[in-house]
Design a protein around this ligand. Sequence first.
Ligand SMILES: C[S@@+](CC[C@H](N)C(=O)[O-])C[C@H]1O[C@@H](n2cnc3c(N)ncnc32)[C@H](O)[C@@H]1O
Length: 235
Amino acid sequence: MTTRTKQPAPVTTTRIRRPEDVEELAGFDEHPGRGRFNSAFFWVMGGYINWHMHTRKSAAFADLPPTVVELGAGVGANMRYLPVDARLVAIEPNRHMHTRLRRAARSHGVDLQIRGVVGERIDLPDTSADAVISSLVLCSVSNPDAVLAEIRRVLRPGGRFSFAEHVAAERGTPTRWTQRIVRRPWAWIFEGCSCERDLAGVIQSAGFTSVDLSHYRIHSPFLPFNTHIAGTAIA
Ligand SMILES: C[S@@+](CC[C@H](N)C(=O)[O-])C[C@H]1O[C@@H](n2cnc3c(N)ncnc32)[C@H](O)[C@@H]1O
């Protein structure tokens, strides 16, 4: 495990409420138009997407501890799964998400701290987190292996990474062909999102003590988006 000489403040001590308190953005290819579009898209479509994913998310995100680190928190789709009076450390590099994320935190009574950094370089100390969660994020990060290594670094031994992600369909299926055909416009619109990633393989080879995940399919009109995994890995 990497030892870091400069350690930022522990997760539990700082409350960040004002925009000027957000950590500086680092390593995220920001586009003002698409950033705003994606913020509005996930705000408007969040309920519909969650309707498809709710059963699996409810299982994966059950019994979370009081302080949770969320990778790519977006506009707050997962706040409903946090315990009462939870603290959420949101790793969210797209600042166009931040206003809606704060609004969601207020309406769910969540104590929110936004860290505007990428998952490849999480500015939290080693072994400082009890739980990390993500949904629909590992499809968009530049380097999923590096992100998984960071998740393992910040989790305490025995800590959990719980996830609900969309993944590549089986080779040779119509869904897989569609994922291939639309890959360029899809990535352009959804800020780097790929529907062709074997994220189960990435998580299973990331060095967790145990991984429990299942594959499932949703039935939305967005065919390339319909193949999913959800589960929990233990550090
Ligand atoms: C498809 S949205 C999903 C948002 C939310 N998790 C949800 O389920 O609605 C992907 C999110 O990942 C964020 N993201 C993209 N690249 C990232 C990176 N390298 N590290 C952390 N978050 C990233 C985006 O800004 C965006 O908020």
